[in-house]
Design a protein around this ligand. Structure first.
Ligand code: F0G
Length: 352
C-alpha cells in the first residue's frame, strides 16, 4: 500500500490550498469504516450500519481533519499564535498541529468539564491552557473577542478552513461505499461537523461521484440540545462533555442542513448514550467517547423509522481513551482486585 500523506495532499484539488501553502500534517484521515454487525441484528430489516471511526485520527478525534487545514492556512498567513475554546478535543488537536507548525497555542477550557485524556494531550503537546470558571459557550465568546483584538488566529469551527478539512470524511465514506449512505448519523455540539459533512457529500454529488445525498440525522444530548429544542440552553449538562454546548455557533448552518437533506434532529438521554457506548465496546470491539456514542444511541432510538435495506453511517467522532473516567464508571466487566498471586486462586477465579 502506498503511504497515506494526510487529507490535504490526498484531496488538494478539493481544498483551498495552493503550491504556496505549507502543509502541516500528522497524516490524519483515511480512517476505517467498520460494519456494525451487532447493531445490524438489533435493527434487522436488512439494514447495514457502519461506523466511521474518526477516533483513530492522530490526536484521537475528527478535529485533526479540520486542524491540518486551519493550521496550514494560518502558517501560510504568517500566524505565530493560535487560540481556541474547547470541550477538549479541539484543544488537543490545535495544540498538536500548532506545535508541528511551530506556533504557540492558547486553549480556553471549561474548568472541571474536560475529560482527562484530552487535558493530558493539550498539556503534553505544549498548549498554554486557561481553564475558565464558565462553560464552553462563554469561552468561545472570549476567544472570538481576543482574536478580533489581538494578533491571534482563531481555530474553532468558525474558522472556515476547519470545515473544509472536515468535509473530507464524507469523501472517504463515498469512496468506501461507492456512493453516499441513505442516512448519516452524527453527534452535534457546535454543529460544525454536520455542516462540513453536508458540504463534502454535496461536492461529490455535484461532481457525479455519488448519485445520491444522505439524510442528515443530527443527535444531541438531552440536557444540551439547543438544536432539537430550537433555543439556547444557558446551563447545558450531559455526561458527554464534548457536546456540552448550549449555543452552537453553526446553528443557522445546522438548520439549513436539516432542511436541505430532509433530515431530522433528535435528542438522546445520557442513559441511552451509555447504553450505546457499552454496546459498541463489548459487542463491536469499538471504544469511542460518550459524545460519539450519541450517533448510535440516536439511531437505535429512531430505529422504527429506518427504511428497509438502507445503508447508514454513524460517525464516531472521538476515541474512548479520551475519557477513561467514563469508561471505568460505565461498563459491565468483571473486575476483581486483591487477587492473591498464586495459580490456585487465579484458576478458581476463572471458574476452574
Ligand atoms: N464529538 C466529539 C467527540 C467532539 O469533541 C465534538 C465537538 C463533537 C462531537 C461535536 O462536533 O461541534 O462540530 O458539532 N467538540 C468541540 C471541542 C466543541 O471543543 O472539542 P461539532
Amino acid at each position: 500500500h502506498k503511504h497515506w500523506p494526510g487529507i490535504i495532499e490526498a484531496y488538494k484539488h478539493w481544498l483551498p490550498v495552493t503550491k504556496k501553502t505549507p502543509i502541516i500534517t500528522l497524516q490524519e484521515g483515511a480512517t476505517p469504516l467498520i460494519e456494525l454487525q451487532y447493531i445490524n441484528k438489533i435493527i434487522g430489516k436488512d439494514v447495514k450500519v457502519y461506523a466511521k471511526y474518526d477516533g483513530l485520527n492522530p490526536t484521537g478525534s475528527f478535529k485533526d481533519r479540520g486542524m491540518t487545514m486551519a493550521i496550514s492556512k494560518a502558517k501560510e498567513n504568517g500566524t505565530k499564535v493560535v487560540i481556541c475554546a474547547s470541550t477538549g478535543n479541539t484543544s488537543a488537536s490545535a495544540a498538536a498541529y500548532a506545535k508541528k507548525g511551530g506556533m504557540r497555542s492558547f486553549v480556553l477550557i471549561p474548568e472541571g468539564y474536560v475529560a482527562q485524556g484530552k487535558l493530558a494531550q493539550a498539556l503534553v503537546y505544549g498548549a498554554e491552557v486557561l481553564a475558565i470558571k464558565g462553560n464552553f459557550d462563554e469561552a468561545l465568546k472570549i476567544v472570538q473577542n481576543i482574536s478580533n483584538k489581538f494578533p491571534v488566529t482563531l481555530v474553532n469551527s468558525v474558522n472556515p478552513y476547519r470545515l473544509q478539512g472536515q468535509k473530507t470524511a464524507a469523501f472517504e465514506i463515498i469512496e468506501s461505499l461507492g456512493e453516499a449512505p441513505d442516512w448519516l448519523c452524527i453527534p452535534m455540539g457546535n454543529a460544525g461537523n454536520i455542516t462540513a459533512y453536508w458540504m463534502g457529500f454535496n461536492e461529490y454529488y455535484i461532481a457525479g461521484i455519488s448519485k445520491k445525498l444522505p439524510k442528515m440525522m443530527g443527535f444531541q444530548a438531552k440536557g444540551s440540545a439547543p438544536l432539537v429544542l430550537g433555543k439556547t440552553i444557558d446551563n447545558p449538562d450531559t455526561i458527554a462533555t464534548a457536546i456540552r454546548i448550549g449555543n452552537p455557533v453553526n446553528k443557522e448552518n445546522a438548520y439549513k442542513v436539516k432542511k436541505e437533506s430532509k433530515g431530522k434532529f433528535t435528542d438522546v438521554t445520557d442513559e441511552e448514550i451509555i447504553n450505546a457506548y457499552k454496546i459498541l465496546g463489548k459487542e463491536e470491539g469499538i471504544f469511542c467517547e460518550p459524545a460519539s456514542a450519541s450517533s448510535v444511541a440516536g439511531l437505535l432510538k429512531v430505529k422504527e423509522s429506518i427504511p428497509s435495506n438502507s445503508k447508514i453511517v454513524c460517525v464516531l467522532t472521538g476515541n474512548g481513551l479520551k475519557d477513561p473516567d467514563c469508561a471505568i464508571k460505565n461498563n459491565d466487566a468483571v473486575f476483581k482486585e486483591g487477587i492473591s498471586p498464586d495459580i490456585k486462586t487465579v484458576a478458581e477465579n476463572m471458574g476452574f
